[in-house]
Design a protein around this ligand. Sequence first.
Ligand code: FAD
Length: 454
Amino acid sequence: PTALLWFRRDLRLSDHPALLAAVDAAGPGGSVVPVFVFDDRLYGPSGEPRRRFLLDCLAELDASTGGALVTRTGDPAAVLPQLVAELDAVSVHVTADAGPYGRRRDQAVERALGDVPLVRTGSPYAVAPGRVVKRDGTPFQVFTPFARAWREHGWHSPAVRPDPVPWQGDVRSDDRPPPPDLGDVQLPPAGEAAALEAWHRFRDERLLGYDEGRNTPGTNGTSRLSAYLKYGCIHPRTLLADLAAEQGSESVRRYTDELAWRDFYADVLWHRPDSAREYLKPELQGMGYDSGPDAEQLVRAWETGRTGFPIVDAGMRQLLGEAYVHNRVRMIVASFLVKDLHQEWTLGARYFMQHLVDGDLASNNHGWQWVAGTGTDASPYYRVFNPITQGKKFDPDGSYVKRWVPELRDLDAKYVHEPWTAPGGVPAGYPEPIVDHAHERQVSLDRYAAVRAR
Ligand code: FAD
């Protein structure tokens, strides 16, 4: 028999339960056809860094299947039944998709396949979204109790990699879309081998310093695995199995927590598919936001890293330069857009999704809701990040700012986060601050108070 393995966000061969299921279904003497479908509804709207990274991951996956990967273009509900008929396949195997569009699409594919089963095995998460619930069966609203229950629930050991896989290599492919030209943008190397190498290097060299290092954007303190996790070049189970061997340190606990955040946000989206767009705190829905040509100009300054607030500008330039931003700085730039420039979080979330290589609906949009104070979890609406004190605290020697904002490279560290206090004033070519942070903070607090009083 022939079984199809339809790859989506699981672009690897190790620790891949759906691959094992496909090999099983093919049985002795059978074959597995690996397929990827370029679906216009998903591929088209992805930003260029994600499209490029995905194409590069597919090239790696193709190589590791000995060139067997079949690519087709179109609506999966039309393309897959056609391929099943061409190959007389007995089943189509996938890793379950928990996102709102993915769930609808998979139901449509399932209907279109008729008698040929769409078999879902595993998910992109340590614990599949929807599985961890409170004792009364309702979903968690807040991270900390979710994470506790998530640890108690536990997860499977990594699945063994089948070897060899009986790939069938003679199936016609459609042309792949041309790779977007990203100019000077530096993406991480794509694919499963690169993901494993990045993980091993982090685990062996930096994991034990993670608790200290994770908040200093000027150092290489985090794992930089987010794009690999997004596309499933590596599964969180693989990481958690290694972490279990290192138990006991605060850094290991902290890193495990970050993987729990990833699962938590996917869980929230599972229970509330509308939360990618709708406020999780509906009472804040009527907030006043700024619009008009002046506001648009301020947004342009934010987008291009020319706000005159060095840590904000460094973050936005990192976004354009690496399609990535350090987590601490994501919070700072997001807070600045929402609370200093009075823009709705959805605008920033869209901009991030266009430019991030790890752009993920659940982590990104809920990360924005968290910063905006509209999310499920406990972040208070009145917390407004001060870009100057945040810069001084988390980038004390100014190395992050100097890396991304060359205009400030010659400044003494004590002026880097407030260049207007330097003896010679703001260096030539760098903007004066576009707003008065203390004033805008108060404007934000007043607007929050007004909407809550309604
Ligand atoms: P590490 O610190 O090494 O963490 C390891 C992994 O844990 C990450 O790769 C990621 O998968 C997960 N993780 C860590 N922090 C979070 C978090 N707060 N929420 C969810 N998962 C987390 N992460 C994305 O993967 N995609 C996004 O589109 C995204 N958008 C964000 C937008 C905003 C406004 C904010 C505040 C955060 C966002 N994050 C997003 C979360 C976080 O910033 C990134 O996951 C992290 O910076 C990736 O770098 P790393 O792999 O070195 O992280």
